[in-house]
Design a protein around this ligand. Sequence first.
Ligand code: AMP
Ligand code: ZN
Length: 141
Amino acid sequence: MKDENCIFCKILAGDIPSYQIYEDDDFKVILDVGPASRGHALIIPKEHYKNLYELPEELAAKAFVLGKKLITALTEILGCDGYNLVQNNGEVAGQTVDHFHLHLIPRYEGDDARVGWNPGSLDPSEAEELMALIKSDPAFS
Ligand code: AMP
Ligand code: ZN
């Protein structure tokens, strides 16, 4: 499955150059051209799926297992101090390329990468309302 308007499909097809650091049957892994930190890479499935909602469960599982394998090796290679794995779904969530990808973002002591949010405070009444709402769905009961 390919999307002719998708930049990652074009990279996967070799129509656009990339810095590919890894490949297996299901994925290519490339360096991000707009890195949050030194060594920021992207796990990209070879088939076009828009986001995690559309990605088959088997590939979702494989992507995370691959992420574990790669960050284990890359932590040693890059000499980083930690890792963020980030995955955006939808424009409102920061997704800019509509082809599923998993960000591997190395973190270094004192770096200026920004991956995070401003913590709020969970109001007990809101928590109760959320619990009732979510637990009313068969998937969560
Ligand atoms: P997201 O905002 O989660 O959709 O992430 C898309 C990522 O793709 C961004 O971090 C971009 O820097 C990266 N990106 C866009 N075009 C390319 C490209 N041609 N090669 C490598 N990375 C890219
Ligand atoms: Zn694509």
